[in-house]
Design a binder for this molecule. Sequence first.
Ligand code: FES
Length: 130
Amino acid sequence: MTEARSYRVGTIEDLPPGSIRVVPIGRRDVVVFNLNGEFHALADYCPHMGAPLHLGELTGMTISTGAYTYQWVREGEILRCPWHAWEFDIAAGRSVTAPVRRIRKYPVRVEDGYVIVELTPIGTRSPDDA
Ligand code: FES
């Protein structure tokens, strides 16, 4: 089994809530999000046609709360792809409308004030791959 490697991608001050940062690590670009103090890291590659997701827009989503009633929820937790507007749940790394369409997600942790992303070597599976 191949070991994951840890990469510092910035300090927690560099990534305030609501921020998006693209970080080149080796041959990959990783997008790091701070959603209300919780960090997430995704591949910078839309599973539809490969758009750079760091150029997407943070938004929310509408849910039905009953017959003819709707509610806007999760503001800032949904990423809209810049090319064709597919929307992704950042925390889950999945499309909102077609959850089988996934973005590769990487483990993130905070240690000594640094945001650290773990990557497995290309060609191996990450712990988040199902
Ligand atoms: S490339 Fe992202 S929705 Fe088409």
